[in-house]
Design a protein around this ligand. Structure first.
Ligand SMILES: O=C(O)CCC(=O)C(=O)O
Length: 229
């Protein structure tokens, strides 16, 4: 049933035959059992995605949120979709509104929704139907510590991650903090999907090096599509 829904959206909204779609035939690297990296798959449509980010952050600016322990996060964040991921001293959670303004999050662009579904399917997880897209912006010297994505209600749904702009070393750990961590490069246009047996792996990003990207300047953007409810 979900598959049928997806096919209708595919034909109606995604426009895969148009020149403005990702490269679904991109080189595919099996990172671990249930994690797949599609190299540079978004490269040709990056300007379009960046325009979307500009629109979303114009309506709801990037903010440095605070961890439950009171620490300011170094990456700044915004969201689009029905729900957004937030953190403050009350905890990590999804919210249907931006806590600073009380306003709903900007709508998730229909083509992003379709592309996230398509990459989830290509990675072997079927249709994701994301209701949340967290957008992180990293400046040089910022990163994200090892963590698990565990605030979603259904942990069987995968995470689909788009990377744009400056490259970074992604840290891919085990199922507890003590396990060894491997690192690989996430570059402009890469799509990483993880789920199934790898869904609860600890992961994070090392500090961004000083860099100048022709489209994003010193910044790296990461979009994670999630099914939160
Ligand atoms: O920036 C990235 O590639 C990872 C972001 C991440 O792990 C998260 O938002 O939970």
């Amino acid at each position: 049933m979900q598959q049928d829904l997806f096919l209708q959206q595919d034909e109606g909204l995604c426009g895969y035959n148009r020149s403005n779609s990702p490269n679904f035939d991109a080189v595919k690297i099996q990172v671990s059992r249930d994690a797949v990296l599609f190299k540079a798959a978004l490269k040709s449509i990056a300007p379009h995605i960046l325009q979307g980010i500009e629109r979303i952050s114009g309506a709801n600016p990037f903010r440095h949120r605070t961890t439950p322990g009171g620490q300011r996060m170094s990456a700044s964040m915004t969201n689009c979709g029905s729900f957004g991921w937030i953190t403050d001293t009350s905890g990590y959670r999804y919210s249907d509104a931006e806590p600073e303004t009380g306003l709903p999050w900007p709508t998730m662009p229909a083509d992003w929704y379709c592309w996230a579904n398509q990459f989830s399917d290509l990675a072997g997880f079927g249709v994701l139907n994301p209701d949340a897209c967290l957008i992180n912006r990293y400046a040089s010297g910022t990163g994200m510590g090892l963590h698990q994505d565990r605030d979603e209600k259904d942990l069987s749904a995968p995470i689909v991650s788009f990377s744009l702009g400056a490259p970074v070393l992604f840290r891919w750990g085990g199922f507890n903090r003590q396990e060894s961590v491997c690192e690989f490069l996430l570059e402009h246009g890469d799509v990483l999907v993880w789920g199934g047996a790898d869904r609860m792996r600890f992961h994070g990003v090392k500090k961004l090096q000083r860099y100048q990207h022709p489209l994003t300047g010193p910044y790296r953007y990461n979009l994670t599509f999630r099914r939160s409810q």
